[in-house]
Ligand binder design. Structure first.
Ligand code: PLP
Length: 376
């Protein structure tokens, strides 16, 4: 539609609208000039693995060495390697809903079976310990995936909530915990991001952390992420990676090393911008009759409940049967692109990103409100 000349405000984006900091870009340029254009070790440059381990240890007080780290081509790649390394045909993975799209897809690609554990807005999209216990007992998955702060909901687990979850995990000693912390640095209202090792050090032998550089340092196109895990698991991941992609791009890894040397303020500036947009988005959305939007604790998405519009009709008489229909109507009527919650296993919701310019928010949301006001 944009190519056809239509003005579309795109709330679908999943990446920061900032440029990668110059310090990182310069380091990668220098690496190219200095001939760092060859294979690196499969699991990453030793100095980068070291720096990731050191940063993790300093930030969270959890003992971590470079032997616990593997660098991959993005957090997505880490999660794919995990599915390939851990799953035999037909084995299950427990995924709370709403989920990031790639979790179930990757499990399918590895021949496994995703099992969904439903959560609702009323429970702030967080897993309830009793429900988790029942699902683990019933389905006996190889691993559970937790994502905090989460895409698409923006919710995050506080320390006491994690304690309750890990208490359940202690009763299921064969199940691994995969903790996707890709948005760990994008948190608001003074929320303190908690890592599993801070709450349940006794479960470290079966916990895998996945994270990366994309969101924190506006490095989505660099394709750089990492796993932090027990050494046996790192070895298994390295074997999978060694037979598929080999190392992440060598000079991109040098950029990653430069990113880790940046001060916390670099990220804090970006977070402050996101924070303002977050509050504005929630304010504008909740002002629309029929929309109910939680304030996200982290990441850069809102996931409003729009169930009030289902069963109503657009101005030309078409019945809105689902969030998908509503998203289509908004695109056609208002030129506003949003994602239907159904694709994330969260029907009755829409996902809107606030990683876009303030002007777009101020232009797009009133257009969305006007279109929704016409739904009868
Ligand atoms: N995990 C979640 C929840 C995400 O939203 C994303 C990206 O959108 C990723 C992982 C992977 O990001 P990347 O592969 O760019 O590191």
């Amino acid at each position: 539609m944009t190519r056809a000349g239509r003005d579309v405000v795109n709330f679908g984006v999943g990446e920061p609208d900032f440029d990668t900091p110059a310090h990182i870009v310069d380091a990668a340029k220098r690496a190219l000039d200095q001939g760092q254009t060859r294979y690196s070790a499969v699991g990453g440059l030793p100095e980068l693995r070291e720096a990731i381990a050191l940063r993790y240890q300093r930030r969270y007080g959890i003992r971590t060495t470079s032997a616990n780290v593997m660098v991959s081509v993005g957090g997505k790649h880490v999660l794919f390697n995990l599915a390939m390394a851990l799953l035999d045909a037909g084995e299950r993975v427990l995924i709370p809903t709403p989920y990031w799209l790639s979790y179930p897809a990757q499990v399918h690609l590895a021949g496994g079976v995703p099992i969904f554990l439903e959560t609702t807005q009323a429970q702030h999209f967080k897993v309830r310990p009793e429900a988790l216990d029942a699902a683990l007992t019933k389905h006996r998955p190889v691993y559970l995936i937790l994502n905090s702060p989460a895409n698409p909901t923006g919710m995050a687990y506080a320390r006491d909530e994690l304690e309750a979850i890990f208490e359940v995990m202690r009763r299921h000693p064969d199940v691994l915990i995969v903790w996707d912390a890709i948005y760990e640095r994008l948190v608001y209202d003074g929320f303190c991001h908690v890592e599993p090792g801070q709450v349940a050090p006794d479960l470290a032998a079966r916990t895998v952390i996945t994270s990366g550089f994309s969101k924190t340092y506006a490095m989505t196109g660099w394709r750089l992420g990492y796993a932090i895990a027990p050494t046996e698991l790192i070895e298994a991941l390295t074997i999978v990676q060694g037979h598929s992609t080999s190392n992440a791009t060598t000079f991109a890894q040098v950029g990653g090393l430069a990113a880790l040397s940046l001060s916390e303020e670099t990220t804090a500036d970006m977070v402050a911008v996101f924070d303002k947009r977050r509050l504005r988005m929630v304010e504008l959305l909740n002002a629309i009759d029929g929309v109910d939007c939680l304030k996200p604790m982290g990441a850069f998405y809102v996931f409003p409940d729009i169930r009030a519009f289902i069963g109503r009709h657009t101005p030309n008489g078409t019945r809105i049967n689902s969030d998908v229909d509503l998203a289509e109507y908004l695109l056609e009527d208002a030129g506003v692109a949003v994602l239907p919650g159904s694709v994330f296993g969260g029907p009755g919701h829409l996902r809107l990103s606030f990683a876009l310019a303030n002007e777009d928010i101020e232009r797009g949301l009133p257009r969305m409100a006007a279109a929704l006001a016409k739904v009868v």
